[in-house]
Design a protein around this ligand. Structure first.
Ligand code: FAD
Length: 491
C-alpha cells in the first residue's frame, strides 16, 4: 500500500499548488524578508549613476536565458562559462509551453527561431503504455491547456540548436568561455566579488549561480558539498539514444512512456525523421555498461517488451547511445535560493528528475523572473530584496514541479504491484488521467507578469496562423480520434 499512498500524494502537491499558485512561501526565513533601502543604499548608490552589473556563473540553458532576459531590461552582465567552446552536445529537449511563453516575453524573434527549429509535439497524443502488452494506461492532452491561454505549443528542440540561438542574441563581448567561477565574497558595500580560475577577481552587484547540479555557488552559499555525496540518487541509470525511425503512429503520437517493474522506456518524435529514447534501468549508482555494448545490453534487458520498444533499441547505432546515472537534490524550501547579493538558478537551485521534462523549462522561468525582479529596483540597496522576491515567486512553484518529478520516479521504482495487479494498474491510469490535466493547468499559468501576457492574448485570436498545422492535427482530440481509428483497424 506504500505505492498507493505515494500515488495519492501526487495529487496533493499539485492541487495545493494549483489552488494557491502564489501562496506565501513555507520558509520561515522568507517570511521575515523585507525591502531594505536604507543605510546600505546610501553608501552603495542609485542605479541611474551606474547601471546594475550581474555576474553569471554558468552558461547552460539557465545562464543563457538569464543573460538574454537581463539584456531586455538594459541590465549589464558578464557570463562566465567553464567549457572552452560551445560544442554540439546532448540530444533533443522538450521546450514546453510555459518555457516558450517566458522566452517569447524575453525576445520574440529569438523564440520564433527556437520554435522554427523545433518539432511540435503539443498537438499530438502523449501518454503511458504497458511496456509488455503495449496497451495504453492513459493519454494526455498537453495542447488544450496551452491553446486555452494562447501559449505556443510544446516543441522538441535539439539542445545545440537551442543553445546556439540563445547565444546568438547575447552580447558576445560579455561572454567569457573557458573561465570557471571558483568562489565569491560579499563586500562591505553590499557588492560581490568572485574569484575566477584564471586568478582574476571580478566585482559586481549580483552573482547568479547558474552552474548546474554540481554548483560551486550553491555549495558555498549553503556550506554544502557540490559533489555526489550531497545529491540523491534516483535509483535509475538512464541510457539515451537517437535513431532514424518513423513509427506507424508518429503522426498521431508524440511521446510514449512504456512501464514495467524496475524499468521504463520513453520515446519521442524529435523531427527530421528521428526518434529519441530514454531507457531507465533500476540499479545501483556507478554501474557503467562499457561503450560499444550498450545497445546489446539494452536489447537483452528489454526482452519480452513491446516490439515498439525493441525496434528502436535494435536500430540505434552504438555511438548514438549514452549512459548517465540520474540524481537530484532536495528542494531548498528552508535554506532558500538567495543570500545577500547572491542567488542560484536552474539546476543549481532545483535539479530534478527528467520525468516531467521540466528541468530546463523551470530554468527558463527562473531567468525570466530574476530579470523581472532586478528590473524593478532603482537602488543598489534593494538588490537583496529583488533576489528575495525572485526566490519567493519561484521557489514554491519549482518545488512542486520538482516534487512531482521525484514522486513519478519513486512510484515507478517501487511499484511492482502496479504492473502485476491489473486493478491497481487501471487505478493508476485513472489517477494519471485525472491529475495530468491539473498538473498542466498549474504549469501553464502564472508564468508571466501581467504586462507580458499581452502577446499571448493577442495570439489567441490568431492561433491557426501562428501555429502552422497544415501537415498535422489541429488539436490533440483530433489526433486521439485518428489514433483510435488506426488502432481499431490494426486489431
Ligand atoms: C535525461 C534527461 C532528459 C532531460 N529532458 C529535459 C526536457 O525534455 N526538458 C527540460 O526542460 N529539461 C530536461 N532535462 C533537464 C535539463 O537538461 C536541465 O534542467 C537543464 O539543462 C538545466 O540547465 P542549467 O543551465 O541550470 O544547468 P546546466 O545545463 O548544467 O548548465 C550549467 C553550466 O554551467 C557551467 N559551469 C558549471 N560550473 C561552473 C562554474 N563554476 N563556473 C562557470 N561555469 C560553470 C557548465 O559547464 C554548464 O555549461 C533533462 C535532463 C536529463 C538528465
Amino acid at each position: 500500500m506504500v505505492q498507493l499512498g505515494t500515488l495519492l500524494a501526487v495529487l496533493f502537491p499539485v492541487s495545493s499548488a494549483f489552488v494557491f499558485p502564489s501562496a506565501p512561501v513555507l520558509s520561515s526565513s522568507l517570511c521575515s524578508r523585507t525591502r531594505s533601502s536604507g543605510a546600505l543604499s546610501m553608501q552603495y548608490g542609485a542605479l541611474q549613476d551606474k547601471p546594475l552589473k550581474v555576474i553569471i556563473a554558468g552558461g547552460g540553458i539557465g545562464g543563457l536565458v538569464l543573460a538574454n532576459a537581463l539584456q531586455r531590461h538594459g541590465i549589464t552582465y558578464d557570463l562566465y562559462e567553464k567549457t572552452k567552446e560551445y560544442r554540439p552536445f546532448g540530444g533533443p529537449i522538450q521546450v514546453q509551453s510555459n518555457a516558450l511563453a517566458a522566452l517569447e516575453a524575453i525576445n520574440k524573434d529569438m523564440t520564433q527561431r527556437i520554435m522554427d527549429a523545433g518539432t511540435t509535439t503539443g498537438n499530438r497524443v502523449n501518454g503511458l503504455k504497458d511496456g509488455m502488452t503495449n496497451k495504453w494506461y492513459c493519454q494526455f492532452d498537453t495542447g488544450a491547456p496551452a491553446q486555452k491561454r494562447g501559449l505556443p505549443l510544446t516543441r522538441v528542440v535539439d539542445r545545440p540548436d537551442l543553445q546556439n540561438i540563445l547565444l546568438d542574441y547575447i552580447d558576445q563581448s560579455r561572454l567569457h568561455t573557458g573561465v570557471e567561477v571558483s568562489e565569491y565574497s560579499q563586500m562591505a558595500d553590499g557588492s560581490v566579488e568572485v574569484v575566477l580560475t584564471n586568478g582574476e577577481k571580478v566585482q559586481g552587484d549580483v552573482l547568479v549561480g547558474a552552474d548546474g547540479i554540481w554548483s560551486n555557488i550553491r555549495g558555498q552559499m549553503h556550506k554544502e558539498s557540490p559533489g555526489k555525496e550531497s545529491a540523491t540518487y534516483s535509483g535509475y541509470t538512464c541510457f539515451t539514444g537517437v535513431c532514424m525511425a518513423r513509427p506507424a503512429d508518429v503522426k498521431e503520437v508524440a511521446y510514449k512512456v512504456y512501464l514495467a517493474a524496475g524499468k521504463y522506456f520513453v520515446c519521442s518524435d524529435v523531427g527530421k525523421g528521428r526518434m529519441q529514447w530514454y531507457a531507465m534501468l533500476g540499479q545501483p549508482a556507478g554501474e557503467k555498461v562499457p561503450d560499444g555494448v550498450q545497445g546489446a545490453h539494452l536489447v537483452k534487458e528489454y526482452q519480452g517488451w513491446s516490439r515498439e520498444v525493441l525496434e528502436l533499441l535494435e536500430i540505434t547505432k552504438e555511438e548514438d547511445i549514452n549512459q548517465r546515472d540520474l540524481y537530484d537534490r532536495p528542494p531548498l524550501l528552508v535554506k532558500g535560493w538567495a543570500k545577500g547579493p547572491v542567488a542560484v538558478l536552474g539546476d543549481a537551485a532545483h535539479p530534478m528528475m527528467p520525468n516531467l521534462g521540466q528541468g530546463g523549462c523551470q530554468a527558463v522561468e527562473d531567468g525570466y523572473r530574476l530579470a523581472q525582479e532586478l528590473s524593478k529596483i532603482t537602488d543598489r540597496g534593494d538588490v537583496a530584496w529583488a533576489l528575495r522576491m525572485y526566490e519567493q515567486q519561484r521557489l514554491v512553484r519549482s518545488s512542486a514541479v520538482h516534487g512531482l518529478a521525484r514522486i513519478a520516479s519513486d512510484v515507478l521504482f517501487q511499484s511492482k504491484l502496479l504492473f502485476t495487479n491489473p486493478v491497481i494498474g487501471k487505478f493508476v491510469g485513472l489517477m494519471m488521467t485525472i491529475s495530468m490535466p491539473l498538473i498542466l493547468e498549474f504549469l501553464y499559468q502564472n508564468v508571466l507578469d501581467e504586462s507580458d501576457w499581452g502577446s499571448a492574448r493577442g495570439r489567441l485570436s490568431n492561433m491557426a496562423a501562428y501555429e502552422d498545422q497544415s501537415n498535422t492535427y489541429k488539436s490533440v482530440r483530433e489526433a486521439q480520434a485518428a489514433l483510435a481509428a488506426k488502432e481499431t483497424v490494426a486489431v
